[in-house]
Every structure is written in structure tokens, then in C-alpha cells.
Design a protein. Structure first.
Length: 404
């Protein structure tokens, strides 16, 4: 069997995506939706899985084929290819909760095989592993999450394929002071390792005082302390003062907004920075089968390409998905990021500014309870003051999955 035949066969290999997703402590400026919109738009089915003693097992695999006309997001060296993907997934969940109290333990592993038709030297296996432990009592709730992600793909900042490894450790604690008031203390550590590029380690702790303002609205005041240690660069300390609002109406609305100011101190003589930062994210389901998702952010990130550089990212993404006749769904998404570079050392000049945009269209169907298929088109473009990082990219793909 040649490589082209193998790619075609992958399209027909379909298995399920059965997962249990939980969130623990996380950086308050990185929003993760509590509901995955695509699952809300597909036909509702009973929960599947295999019971083994006290453990629930879920397994599946997704297969597909993608055409990408600029696999490395390059300005001058545009390489196109057909990419076959196969992504098995397995998760194990031990849920010993009784109502709101008890213990939850989960482990999920997702490898993803990417096979390139013309550029077989770029064949790779991406991996994602996440374990979660949660314990909840009448007054105190504790949790720990450990995640590892390894990817090999195009990175817009670099304009090339980059292998990245990300380790994320998150601890969470919540103590109920009264019926309406609680306290959170959430330490975290993120380690980013980039082959041939700059990596870093970010230690932080987030603390909030929460108060129920209404039956559906919770307000919080707090902040973050953190230290950023970058490879072969001076460290940075940061302090954030944040206010947070969380609004939830059953299955209709889920909205979280965090905002405030960040003070950042650089260890190599550059003047301290002070500026606004925020994160917002929400899911709104106005009608049965309709889901609107909105995300926005402004945060400071270290550059993996340039030494002594950070960049401030301000952007948003939005998506609307609609289920049609119970069997079909369509979706439209768009996103924009402005990335403005700034120096982390007084003797370094920073002038680069990027404007990145994305539009995605998806359509799919689920004729059989555990099997779904979808097609999509995505267009991405980057305009940079550094002309060597201007690029555009077209992707079109077919994906199918089955599982229990």
C-alpha cells in the first residue's frame, strides 16, 4: 500500500471521541469554556462507556484528511501538502461523589498521528495527557491537575514548524466562609520547552474572594503573583489586581469576565510596566440547537523567537453553531489578535507588531448515534511590520469519528 492509499483509508477509519473534561485552577487571564459548543449542536445521545469495577472507561478515535497550502505559516517558503490524521483517545474516570461532595479522579490520553503526503520528514505524533484529582467537602474543596502536551506544527510568530512541549501543573483550593462568600487560592506552574527556540517557566498563584451577588451572579476581587523565568534571559515578576464576574443561567448562559491591571518588573534595568489586562468568555444558547461562543483577552506573553522580548496580545474570537433537523450542524467562527512586541531589557529595541486574523466554516452530520462526520474550511492571515512574517494560509479538511 502506498502513502496516498493510506491517506484515503484514514478517512474511512472512524471511532468515538468519549471524554470527560474537568477544569481546575487556571490562569485567570486564560479562559477555557466549560461547555464544548460542538457537543451542544449534535444530536443528544445517552452517555456511553464501559464500566470496569468502579472505573468508567471511554475510548474512541477520530480520522481525517487535511489539505494545507502553507504548513509552516511561511512568508517565502510556502509548502503545501495533504495531511492524514488519526487520533485515538482513551479516558478513565473514578467518580465517588455523592451530590456535591466526594472524590473524582480522571486520566485522559490522546495521541495524534500526522502523516504528510509529500513531506514525510515532517511525520509526527502529537500527544496530550491530563490527570485530575478533585475532593469536595461541605466547606473545603481541593484539586490538582497535571497536563502534558506535545505538538509539532506551524507557529505564526516563527513562520515555521516548531516542536513544543508544555507541562502544566495546577492546584486549586476553595473554602466556603458562609452561604454567599468563599475564598480561592490556586497555585500553578507552566513549563514551555521549544526545540531550537526560547522556552520559559511561569510560577504563579491566584487568589480570589468570592461573593454571591444574586442567584445567578458571583463577583470576585483578587489578584495574582507570578515569576517568569525565560531561557538565557532575565526574569520578570508580575502582580495583577483583578475583578471577576461569573454569570450562569442553567444551560442558557455561562459568562466569565476578569479584568484589572498588571504591574511587571524586569530584572535587567528596564523601567517597570503597568497596563490593563483582561479575559472574557461566554457561551450563550438562545434556542435549542443554537450556540454562540465569545472569547476575548489582553495579556503579556514571552517571545519564543526573539531574546529579551515580550509581546502584548489583544484579541477576540467568536463562533456561532446551529443544529439543523437534529442530524446536521453548521458553524462559522472568526478571530483576531494584535500582538505588539516590547523589550524586556533597556538596551533592546522592539518594533514588531502583528495582526493575525482567522475565519472558519464547518458543516457536519451525525446519522448514527456514535458516528459523526464533518468538513471545514479555514483561512488565516498575518500582517506584520516585519515583512518576513507576513503570510496567508488556506486549509480544507474532512474528519470523522466514532466512539463509546
Amino acid at each position: 500500500m502506498n502513502r496516498n492509499q493510506a491517506l484515503v483509508m484514514m478517512v474511512g477509519i472512524v471511532f468515538a471521541l468519549g471524554t470527560v473534561t474537568n477544569s481546575n485552577a487556571t490562569d485567570p487571564l486564560v479562559w477555557v469554556p466549560t461547555t464544548v459548543p460542538v457537543e451542544m449542536l449534535e444530536p443528544k445521545v445517552a452517555e456511553h462507556g464501559l464500566r470496569l469495577g468502579m472505573v468508567d472507561l471511554h475510548a474512541g478515535v477520530t480520522g481525517g484528511i487535511l489539505y494545507d497550502d502553507n504548513i509552516g505559516f511561511s512568508h517565502t517558503n510556502r509548502l503545501s501538502d495533504f495531511i492524514g490524521t488519526i487520533t485515538p483517545e482513551v479516558s478513565a474516570v473514578l467518580d465517588r461523589r455523592d451530590g456535591d461532595y466526594g472524590t473524582l479522579l480522571s486520566l485522559t490520553y490522546v495521541p495524534s498521528v500526522l502523516l504528510y503526503d509529500d513531506h514525510s520528514e515532517d511525520d509526527t505524533i502529537n500527544q496530550s495527557v491530563k490527570s485530575i484529582f478533585q475532593w469536595s467537602g461541605p466547606k473545603l474543596a481541593l484539586g490538582v491537575s497535571q497536563a502534558f502536551v506535545q505538538t509539532d506544527g506551524g507557529v505564526a510568530e516563527v513562520g515555521a514548524l516548531v516542536r513544543q512541549r508544555i507541562y502544566n501543573t495546577e492546584l486549586s483550593s476553595k473554602y466556603v466562609v458562609s452561604d454567599k462568600t468563599s475564598i480561592e487560592l490556586n497555585p500553578r506552574l507552566t513549563v514551555v520547552d521549544n526545540d531550537n527556540f526560547i522556552g520559559w517557566r511561569d510560577w504563579g498563584v491566584d487568589a480570589f474572594l468570592n461573593h454571591e451577588l444574586g442567584a445567578k451572579l458571583t463577583g470576585s476581587l483578587g489578584g495574582s503573583l507570578g515569576y517568569l523565568d525565560t531561557d538565557n534571559n532575565p526574569g520578570q515578576r508580575y502582580v495583577r489586581m483583578l475583578a471577576r464576574l461569573m454569570y450562569a443561567v442553567a444551560d442558557k448562559v455561562d459568562l466569565t469576565v476578569s479584568g484589572g491591571g498588571e504591574w511587571r518588573h524586569y530584572n535587567e534595568g528596564r523601567a517597570d510596566d503597568w497596563g490593563p489586562v483582561f479575559s472574557l468568555g461566554g457561551v450563550y444558547r438562545p434556542f435549542d440547537g443554537t450556540t454562540l461562543t465569545l472569547e476575548g483577552h489582553r495579556r503579556d506573553d514571552p517571545s519564543i523567537l526573539g531574546a529579551w522580548l515580550n509581546y502584548m496580545t489583544t484579541g477576540f474570537s467568536a463562533e456561532i453553531r446551529q443544529r439543523i433537523f437534529e442530524l446536521y450542524f453548521v458553524g462559522l467562527a472568526a478571530g483576531y489578535d494584535n500582538q505588539k512586541y516590547n523589550a524586556a531589557e533597556s538596551a533592546v529595541a522592539a518594533s514588531r507588531e502583528d495582526n493575525f486574523g482567522m475565519v472558519r466554516i464547518v458543516a457536519g452530520a451525525q446519522w448514527i448515534e456514535r458516528w459523526k462526520i464533518s468538513v471545514f474550511y479555514q483561512y488565516q492571515i498575518n500582517g506584520s511590520t516585519d515583512n518576513s512574517h507576513n503570510f496567508f494560509d488556506n486549509q480544507i479538511g474532512l474528519q470523522s469519528s466514532w466512539g463509546f
